[in-house]
Design a protein around this ligand. Structure first.
Ligand SMILES: [Zn+2]
Length: 401
């Protein structure tokens, strides 16, 4: 493995394209998450985010044996949920939102992107007389679609009170608006359990304790019941997002997710929708102690993901200029480092041409994101504790939408 010291200092974010930055100052309470939820082994630091002139260090670690990547030093749940409720759920025109949603529910073609999942549901024999549940149901598109397939007993769980209310009004859906892990939600769900189907799309990467989350899901089902889960795939995830996108507290390889599911009494029955960007699994509840768990995987995920970051952050080439631009794709794990000209006009023209060429080559309409970076700050004066270091001018900053 490349033992070279890799890293850079972020001077400022340039094109972040509708993303915001959030400073994590010394007042933000930090909790530690040092172990893999799948196999309980210690995570190995792969990158450290360093702020406040070296006093602040936030580590990102990976489980070398199963490929679970996580923020080891992570803002406290209370602080984060407070941040989301004040900055995320900005109430737009709720009345208008209900109208728009009602219209798209009526039109029937609202869930085209859910088509593959719907086809999968049709293939599996699921008991329609019992309750089904979607955790993180948003505006309820999938629930509404399943309702049309004859799943008349359905319930959604949605963290955002305001989105839940819109979905209730527009679709007449039954939605519990609190966090799935909370005891109040659990006791309400227990009354409807066991669920013949639980569906959960892009939620597990946001929760603090994925093993605990899956254990709660498992507690709401009986043998033979189905759980459909999808998360971003670490293998194809955008490197910069793996390191700096705040809402994702972790990323999973398929092996990492499989391990957590198996530990809680599930076995995989379909993974046909899994691809480089997304892991999509249909699992079935079997006996809690399975006869045979999957073997340990023979991949060294530390090296594998290190290689990914080296490519995704443009470390493959030597960069001699001290100030340059780090760019990355919004939709695919592709990134690099490019020249930055101190003349504003020259830089503008250069960047416009450069990004057009990349977008053309990758046949994408999504513009690149970028940050201004410089070389590491005196990397030789102290003992490094991880392969990649990202320094910040002041406090560490995360990105969010
Ligand atoms: Zn692991």
């Amino acid at each position: 493995m490349n033992e070279e010291n890799l890293g850079f200092k972020i001077v400022k974010f340039l094109e972040t394209r509708n993303w915001n930055t959030l400073k994590i100052d010394s007042g933000v309470p930090i909790i530690l998450r040092l172990k893999c939820p799948g196999d309980d082994s210690f995570l190995k630091t792969i990158c450290t985010l360093i702020g406040d002139k070296g006093k602040q260090k936030l580590r990102i670690g990976i489980c070398p044996s199963c490929g679970y990547l996580a923020h080891m030093d992570c803002p406290d749940p209370k602080w984060l949920s407070n941040f989301y409720s004040t900055s995320w759920n900005k109430l737009k025109d709720a009345g208008r939102a209900v109208q728009v949603l009602r219209k798209s529910f009526a039109s029937g073609d609202f869930a085209r992107k859910d088509e593959p999942i719907i086809n999968l549901v049709k293939k599996i024999l699921i008991d329609k007389s019992r309750y089904i549940c979607e955790i993180g149901c948003g505006q309820g598109f999938l629930l509404k679609r399943l309702e049309r397939l004859g799943f008349v007993n359905s319930v959604g769980v949605e963290n955002s009170r305001h989105i839940a209310e819109i979905a209730r009004q527009a679709g007449g859906l039954r939605i519990i608006d609190s966090s799935f892990e909370s005891s109040s939600v659990q006791s309400e769900l227990k009354k409807m359990a066991p669920f013949s189907l639980i569906y959960c799309r892009h939620v597990l990467e946001h929760v603090y304790n994925p093993a605990e989350f899956v254990k709660l899901v498992s507690g709401l089902q009986s043998q033979g019941d189905y759980f459909m889960i999808s998360v971003p795939n670490l293998e194809g995830a955008i490197s910069m997002a793996c390191l700096l996108y705040l809402p994702h507290l972790q990323y999973f390889s398929k092996n990492a997710l499989q391990k957590i599911l198996e530990n809680n009494g599930y076995k995989i029955i379909d993974d046909s929708l899994t691809n480089n960007n997304e892991i999509n699994l249909v699992v079935q509840r079997v006996a809690l102690r399975q006869e045979k768990l999957s073997e340990n995987y023979k991949v060294d995920y530390f090296s594998k993901i290190m290689e990914k970051f080296v490519k995704g952050l443009g470390f493959t080439k030597k960069h001699y200029s001290s100030v340059r631009r780090l760019w990355w794709h919004r939709r695919m794990d592709k990134g690099g480092q490019a020249s930055f000209f101190r003349n504003e006009l020259v830089d503008k023209i250069y960047w416009r041409i450069f990004s057009k060429i990349i977008m053309h080559k990758d046949k994408t309409k999504y513009p690149l994101k970028s940050a201004l970076i410089s070389n590491l700050v005196s990397p030789s004066i102290y003992q490094r504790d991880s392969s990649i270091e990202i320094w910040f001018e002041n406090d560490v900053e995360f990105l969010y939408k």
